[in-house]
Design a protein around this ligand. Structure first.
Ligand code: F6R
Length: 261
């Protein structure tokens, strides 16, 4: 039976938390070979993609939509999210290129590109499962603080903090683009299942606010509290500021067999 709730899963390590997330995705692809996945980039999902590749799942009928892309980076740029996704996942699984969707950072018409991205998601029946990381300020996708909680795919300006956080990929902060195209918070909320991953102490505050704080655009991930089906897979560091962490651990340990992942 399917569970509709926010489930917080705390594991000792990023590897253990990732392995649960990978099993959730594997289950979905086995049950629904033509599933539609929403995917994220950044450091967090790297282990997940590695594990999914190792599982040798069948991706022939899977369709994917990535959350975001930098404006001004062409697909071949080493730091584009196109390059990231092909290098870290798509080249290693049997997904047809036509099933892969990533916003075009080089489009001449950003509003039209965003609208057609939304239309394409609708046309395939919506996203079954959306993988999410979280920024140190609580952003999901590149919906920075104070983003509209009803926003759709659009252009956003990155905050200085996010540009600083992402400078590690570019070698210097000056090289990090200022603008991105990102799915909106409303777009993310439309996914039938959201799977949020976070590891490391640097994410602890954002996670505590997202899960236990008020719903506020100052922590965009907190809007997931309004979503009917969210799984939050955390390594202990990222869970360290959760007030109810012992309760979440207890709930997970007591799961009846029929609910086990
Ligand atoms: C990336 C994305 C971002 C990242 C977030 C965390 O597609 O949507 O929200 O998930 O910035 O990044 P990492 O995982 O690098 O800490």
């Amino acid at each position: 039976m399917d569970i509709f709730d926010m489930e917080i899963i705390i594991q000792p390590t990023a590897e253990a938390a990732t392995s649960i997330a990978a099993r959730i995705i594997a289950c979905l692809l086995r049950e629904k070979p033509n599933a539609v996945l929403g995917l994220a980039t950044g450091s967090t999902p790297l282990l997940l993609y590695r594990e999914l590749i190792a599982m040798k799942l069948d991706w022939r009928k899977v369709t994917t939509f990535n959350l975001d892309e930098y404006v001004g980076l062409d697909a071949a740029h080493p730091q584009s999210y196109h390059s990231f996704m092909w290098e870290n996942l798509f080249w290693h699984v049997n997904i047809p290129a036509k099933n892969v969707n990533i916003p075009n950072g080089m489009t001449k018409n950003i509003p039209a590109c965003c609208e057609s991205y939304e239309r394409k998601i609708l046309a395939v029946g919506g996203i079954d499962l959306q993988v999410l990381g979280i920024g140190t300020d609580g952003h999901i996708g590149f919906n920075e603080q104070t983003s509209s909680l009803a926003s759709r795919t659009r252009i956003k300006t990155l905050t200085p903090r996010t540009r600083k956080d992402n400078a590690r990929f570019f070698g210097s902060e000056a090289k990090v683009p200022h603008h991105v195209i990102t799915m909106g918070i409303g777009t993310i909320l439309d996914a039938r299942h959201c799977l949020l991953l976070a590891f490391g102490k640097q994410k602890a505050r954002a996670i505590a606010e997202a899960v236990e704080g008020p719903v506020t655009s100052m922590n965009p991930a907190s809007v997931l509290q309004l979503h009917p089906k969210v799984t939050v897979c955390l390594a202990a560091g990222a869970a360290s500021k959760l007030k109810l962490r012992d309760y979440y651990r207890w709930v997970f340990d007591q799961k009846p067999d029929w609910q086990k992942i």
